[in-house]
Design a protein around this ligand. Structure first.
Ligand code: GSH
Length: 217
């Protein structure tokens, strides 16, 4: 029985689950659900009508963190959440930081203003974008910079913390912004290394193709 992932690939939370599934080499099916335009019946999978949701047989899961933690435990190969309780708590903290703090700016401000508004024919509030890029994101990037010693956030292996943070930075890059190498060299190197992974590269390529198609239509 394969998991079925509901959502739109350009959502960073859906991307996070896709990356986890693909890095763990779990075969899955997907169903496109467009955020803010979810069909009525989607409420039975996620009453908040947010993406992603995931089903496995009769079991239903919502929220990228809940889904990711379930999948990592259910498919025990290539574990992406550390077993050690202290490392696990740190991984969960960084995941939460990405999902709630970074996302408010990278996704719900910069990506949303520059990309979603353009798609829906609304004007971009470039002032809000520049405030996020120049004033609000730098302290968050400073913190992430302070948490890195090598190419990964936890020890020398890819974890859900890396996936969650990179998922937000991919949305930032889709909106034509990037982490400055001069200001945050470790974070920029982390992102460059993460996105060079063949699985990640493929996902980004498919998203860019999709995004270009949507923006041209
Ligand atoms: N904490 C949730 C956030 C999910 C989320 O906010 N998804 C957005 C798309 S990026 C959405 O579906 N928004 C539609 C809405 O809020 O109605 C998660 O990690 O899954």
């Amino acid at each position: 029985m394969k998991p079925l992932l509901y959502g739109a690939p350009l959502s960073p939370f859906v991307r996070k689950v896709r990356l986890l599934l693909e890095l763990k080499e779990v075969s899955y099916d997907s169903k496109m659900i467009i955020p803010y335009a979810t069909p009525e019946e989607y409420k039975s999978l996620n009453p908040l009508r947010r993406v992603p949701a995931l089903t496995l047989g009769e079991h239903v899961f919502a929220d990228s963190a809940v889904i990711s933690h379930f999948l990592d435990a259910h498919y025990a190969n290539k574990q992406l959440i550390p077993n050690d309780l202290f490392l696990r708590a740190h991984c969960e903290w960084l995941e939460k930081y990405a999902d709630y703090e970074l996302s408010a700016l990278t996704t719900f401000t910069v990506f949303s203003q520059r990309i979603l508004n353009r798609i829906s024919g609304k004007p971009t509030d470039e002032g809000a974008v520049l405030d996020a890029v120049n004033n609000k994101l730098p302290p968050l990037f400073d913190y992430l910079e302070s948490q890195l010693n090598g190419l990964f956030f936890i020890n020398d292996e890819i974890t859900l913390a890396d996936i969650s943070i990179a998922s937000q930075l991919i949305s930032y890059e889709h909106a034509n912004e990037s982490v400055s190498k001069e200001k945050w060299p470790k974070l920029a190197r982390f992102y460059q290394n993460f996105t060079q992974h063949s699985v990640v590269e493929q996902i980004i390529l498919s998203e860019k193709t999709m995004l270009n198609k949507i923006l041209r239509s």
